[in-house]
Design a protein around this ligand. Structure first.
Ligand code: NAD
Length: 333
């Protein structure tokens, strides 16, 4: 199987490419990535040693390029997205362009060239906040922020191509990922990099927001299962990590970085900061054999170690992000 991976120079896409390349039944893997502020060729690292990998710098909105690339592959795994919630508050247009129209551009090409598989990677944020219980795949979509709304729109347009044109789409929805080389604008690396520098971190509200934390390797394993065994037209929730309030997460990060609560200040909550996300993942477990394996404490220790030993990778990104957008010393879960 030859696979086109969009967004493969980003955080999750690059982990996925490195996971996929060694498999004997995987032929050529092409990464299509625009290398926005969030994409970095170094994320692919040792993947370039594989003769099976081709990297193409380009935009999923570039229809001729997308058409040419999709034509040469059996499957598409679509990670490329504008992915940072905070940015979507003041740059929603970019989110709609990449996340919705970009997805549609890929689907049009997939339809024209009859790909065998199309995995659209999405998020638990499309379900919106849940005060109790857990969302199954057929729960209503109630996104609160432009990022989540653009992902919900892209999920629906992807599923509609299965209904109308038979494009064999599977949608995966994952909870919050963590792991090495995530962009330092996201909460875990933002807190870790600040704490490692001896700088303060800030918590929204009372630190009561609940998120499910999934190791990036577990997410990638789930996406690969959907690629290989997913049923077209189906959605698969990929969670099953550890539920933590942002206060509990902060406590673990302080310990992992050797810092204390003196480093933490509280600021007023931001608008539409959903109190709790929760997904029921029994469908992926029962039908795909999905089983998250990573222990949160060990995974966080490994993640902190990566940031401790690779300041040359993240420090320039923080500087760039800060100048671009005056990134506040806060993050949204
Ligand atoms: P990321 O921001 O680290 O990576 C996104 C990648 O897409 C970057 O390499 C960027 O250069 C590329 N890209 C952006 N716009 C593009 C365009 N127009 N054309 C081509 N490439 C473009 O994001 P991530 O955290 O790795 O997330 C990957 C996917 O997983 C996204 O679809 C996101 O919605 C989804 N997801 C992420 C999480 C999470 O916790 N990070 C959780 C659930 C779902």
């Amino acid at each position: 199987m030859d696979v086109l991976v969009t967004g493969g120079a980003g955080f999750i896409g690059s982990h996925f490419v490195k996971r996929l390349l060694p498999a004997d039944d995987i032929g050529q893997v092409t990464v299509l990535d625009a290398l926005t502020y969030a994409g970095h060729i170094q994320n692919l690292g040792e993947a370039f040693l594989s003769p099976k990998l081709t990297f193409v710098e380009g935009n999923i909105l570039d229809r001729p390029l997308v058409d040419q690339l999709v034509q040469r592959h059996d499957a598409v795994v679509h990670f490329a997205a504008e992915s940072h919630v905070d940015r979507s508050f003041y740059a929603a247009g970019a989110f709609l362009a990449t996340n919705v129209i970009g997805t549609q551009t890929l689907l049009d090409a997939a339809q024209r060239h009859s790909v065998d598989r199309f995995v659209h990677v999405s998020t638990d944020e499309v379900y919106g906040p849940l005060l109790t219980g857990s969302a199954t795949e057929d729960a209503p979509l109630r996104p609160s922020v432009p990022y989540a709304a653009s992902k919900a729109a892209s999920d629906l347009i992807a599923l509609s191509y299965w209904q109308t044109s038979g494009v064999p789409v599977c949608v995966t929805r994952s909870s919050n990922n963590y792991g090495p080389h995530q962009h330092p604008e996201k909460i875990i690396p933002l807190f870790v990099t600040r704490l490692l520098k001896g700088e303060p971190v800030t918590l929204h509200g009372q630190g009561q927001h609940v998120r499910n934390w999934l190791h990036v390797a577990d997410h990638c394993a789930g996406v690969e299962l959907a690629l290989r065994y997913g049923t077209p037209g189906e959605v698969y929730n990929l969670g099953g990590g550890t539920d933590l309030t942002s206060r509990e997460l902060t406590s673990m990060l302080l310990e992992a970085c050797g810092a204390t609560w003196e480093a933490v200040t509280y600021i007023p909550d931001r608008p539409a900061n959903d109190l709790r996300y929760s997904m029921d993942c029994s469908k992926a477990m029962q039908t795909l054999g999905y089983r998250p394996q990573h222990d949160l404490e060990e995974g966080l220790a490994q993640t902190v170690e990566w940031y401790r030993t690779n300041p040359d990778r993240w420090a320039p990104l923080l500087r760039k992000a800060a100048t671009q957008l005056e990134l506040a010393a806060t993050a949204v879960l």
